[in-house]
Design a protein. Sequence first.
Lengths: 355, 355
Amino acid sequence: MERSRRRHRSRGASTIFDVAALAGVSKSTVSNVLRGTGRVSDDTREIVLDAIERLDYRPNTLARQFVRQRTTILGVVVGDLENPFNASLAKLIERNAAGRGYSTMFCDVEGDDGHSLAGMRLLLDQRVAGIILLSHYGRSRDLEATLTAENLPVVFVSEREEWGDSVCIDESGGAVMAVEHLIETGHRDIAYLTIPVLERRTDSARYRGYKAALRKAKLPTRPPFRWDPASGTVRIGHERTQLRQILEDPRRPTAFFASNDLGAVDLLEACDSAGLRVPEDVSIVGFDNVSWAGLKRIGLTTVAQPFLDLAQIGVDLVLARVEGATSAPRHVTIPPELVVRSSTGAPPGIGKRLA
Amino acid sequence: MERSRRRHRSRGASTIFDVAALAGVSKSTVSNVLRGTGRVSDDTREIVLDAIERLDYRPNTLARQFVRQRTTILGVVVGDLENPFNASLAKLIERNAAGRGYSTMFCDVEGDDGHSLAGMRLLLDQRVAGIILLSHYGRSRDLEATLTAENLPVVFVSEREEWGDSVCIDESGGAVMAVEHLIETGHRDIAYLTIPVLERRTDSARYRGYKAALRKAKLPTRPPFRWDPASGTVRIGHERTQLRQILEDPRRPTAFFASNDLGAVDLLEACDSAGLRVPEDVSIVGFDNVSWAGLKRIGLTTVAQPFLDLAQIGVDLVLARVEGATSAPRHVTIPPELVVRSSTGAPPGIGKRLA
DNA sequence: CTGAAAGCGCTTACAG
DNA sequence: CTGAAAGCGCTTACAG
């Protein structure tokens, strides 16, 4: 009777009930076999597995997720999926998660907060098992409140916040590598140039590395050049000026360490249009090694983030917690790598001297 | 009694039961209010809505999806999420879907088929409401079988297959625009150059446009140059040669229409290293207008795909079907747009004549 | 217009 | 080791 009622289901996929009936056991036993709960005799297991195969049975994920009130979905919150840095990371995260049986649900929280929050709600309503945050641009307050309230595993990738796990490169160490490369190439006047999209904390760490490297070499540091490429304005301390003016000033730095590749390529273009040659007149180092940094026409020397490691460790961290770990937040730091290309070279003075 | 049993739930979120109790009505009525099923008196509705608000009740999505055996999740299958073309589209699709209350689940099916199929299984097991396919690189056979078996709404974005809805630009029309631009600039010997990643059908359409434009102008066409940038080999008909040789041959085409931007930028670099100036010696047009095509150092003239329209129409099409439409497959074509930058100019002969 | 009841396909104590 | 039963939080005919 129960059987006949059930048959008006649209899709004829078999259920745990069918398997139990065919195997001549109870649903509980089938369930135990399915979940590998040990207390099933080998004979019974055989019979059940056989029935499963004969019926081509696959457990209904929706039912399982419902009864467990937890899914095998990972939520990925990302500032801008189109940004090549995020796109590279997103892809690898998806691959890693899929390899471990988890689906990946994305939420692009760029732009206005209303949309972002609505998007986050969708993610939370779907009861994702955990959340991976990529460059969420710091609206961390609300997030923290919401996510800790839900008691959801959270990992920051390429970013660090104390209230969740995190994996990122040694940011200031990477900056040191960048600046030391410039110093070795002969530069003595190096500026740090940063753009608004960069997360504040990341920005400070990179600037810290910049200062450390110069101090170690007993060279002067400059305050950060805060550039808004859209308007062309640069803020240095309390002073405001145009990038153009800086570039046209003969006392300009001979090299720029840009806080990320997007800023670096914008600077590259600004140099081009100011008639400055890179690297003959100005050297530029970027940060991230986004996918187009290696285009020959760009040839950006940059600090590479090991995307594969970031993605893998990020997924590991969040899944460990999803699957039960309850340690204090773990913070993993991995080493960056300098990639030297054609945007750096000896400063003009040295160049002449050598010639 | 039922009440007390229920209270060992971990999260104290209120359920439809709580709302019903507080409002003094049945769960059915609450459900009717929630789903806007019309047969509820205004008074009752008021009371229920009030209770919902007081309890900060939000329906349990997992339960709803389970009982309906359908989710509000859209699956996006993509060849390579890191590819800037796909990344742009993916982002906009996510934004559009979220705006309409649907979450987006990604599956990157790049590379080996085993992983791809496993990824697809995850998507299907999650009972996504519909599927959006972006450049899935043609392993269409299995896909069609699987997806039609599941009777799932499917839309192809920037691609066309008869067995699902689709939205794409007028591919051959775009190619005509590209080639006519070259003709107008003075070129008489134009080649079509294509790379392996391009989907076959797209490739043919673009080549068709190439031929049409040249024939209309009564200019000679060439067979497609099939280039594999990895090896450097070009296949033209049955002949095999190296791109380098083609470029060094004085009888080389004065302009290349590359089948997409990735191929175009590779060609640009090949020209650079062969000592050919672009556009003085060789003109290049790409296709897609990926995010970095506009970098000044690249400056690729290209046929732009209107990403926003593609994403929006794609989501519209699949959701229409998700929400009940049952028409025959619909195929939407939208116009492309030529973006002229610095990679095209007059051919060498004309240049001299003008000088 | 409203409510009682069955059902979706699993998991999870609990008995035996 | 195995099974009967309750329960997860909704939706959906069906009666009234």
